[in-house]
Design a protein. Structure first.
Ligand code: 1HE
Length: 269
């Protein structure tokens, strides 16, 4: 087993392998509501830096216990009494982890339950798909804690819901949940009866059937292209399309369509 996917080599993450290259990665500090300490961030970097090369085809990211993630480990931060320089480097490690997730090319489906707050929302927003259930809620309590964001909320959360809604969340501590959270863009799926985890697994099993190179493009190129000018993005898209759309592994699927044996796209019944 590649060491990167060996669960015994992780302390703060619980990693389990399922069929077809699907892995479940769980934050595993439920007694601390999965607050993100330094070690958790380092372990996220380790896993997501090498996941694709280790054969991981899709990930369900979840939290052990009742809450997905309570954000920055405030107690660790308080005890460390960090300098600005030290905390800037903490933030840079968070960005390293979350960029490896968003740009790493492995589809990540976040199964969100309970609190998804502060850095927990920043972590969730580095996933490609977010699923919530009736108990999930989102907040950015930084304003109330006397601090600021540092793990990408200014980029990804404002991208999801708009700059002024994000500012309102940090300023006032506003909480979003339920269908409203989906309508705003904080999540793509809501499960009314049942768990976000089961739905996330269903989605991940489906996306793990896609060709890995296709998923790599979907889960890295779109984000990169969003950082480019329209002209550059169009050029880069042509390049990526040139490589992905001519991959030998796609020929079988294209042939099945041409031979009328592949499933057709139909409206939902
Ligand atoms: C923690 C943390 C934490 C819980 N750091 N230890 N995040 C926040 O402002 C959210 C802070 N947490 C909460 O509001 C609540 O804990 C929850 C709503 C998430 C859960 O409530 P509850 O009643 O189930 O748990 P609890 O009793 O508050 O906490 C249980 C334990 O988890 C307790 O530890 P214990 O040793 O006393 O049992 C808490 O101290 C611990 N715990 N949350 C450390 N966040 C890069 S910048 C990012 C900036 C941010 O993320 S700011 C947002 C911080």
């Amino acid at each position: 087993m590649n060491d990167v996917v060996n669960p015994d080599t992780y302390e703060t993450l619980a990693i389990s392998e399922h069929d077809n290259g699907l892995y479940v990665v769980k934050l595993n500090r439920p007694s601390k509501r999965n607050a993100l300490d330094v070690l958790t961030i380092e372990e996220l970097i380790r896993f997501f830096s090498s996941a694709r090369m280790a054969g991981v085809k899709a990930v369900v990211l979840a939290g052990e216990g009742a809450h997905f993630c309570a954000g920055l480990d405030l107690v660790e931060h308080w005890k460390a009494d960090r300098s600005a320089d030290d905390f800037m480097h903490v933030c840079l490690r968070w960005h390293e982890a979350f960029n490896k997730m968003e740009y790493g090319g492995v589809p990540i489906i976040a199964a969100l339950q309970g609190a998804v707050v502060g850095g927990g929302l920043e972590l969730a927003s580095a996933a490609h798909v977010r699923v919530i259930d009736s108990g999930t809620y989102f907040a950015l309590p930084e304003g109330q804690r006397g601090i600021f964001t540092g793990g990408g909320a200014t980029i990804r959360v404002s991208d999801m819901i708009g700059k002024y809604r994000m500012i309102d969340m940090v300023l006032t501590g506003r909480v979003y949940q339920g269908q409203e959270a989906v309508d705003l863009g904080l999540a793509q799926y809501i499960v009314e009866d049942g768990t976000s985890f089961d739905k996330a697994m269903e989605l991940a099993e489906k996306v793990a059937q896609n060709l890995p190179l296709t998923n790599f493009a979907i889960c890295s190129a779109v984000s990169h292209m969003n950082n480019m000018s329209g002209m550059d993005a169009a050029y880069a898209e042509a390049f990526v399309g040139g490589i992905v759309n001519t991959q030998p592994a796609a020929r079988e699927r294209l042939e099945a369509f041409a031979n009328k044996t592949a499933a057709r796209v139909r409206p939902k019944s």
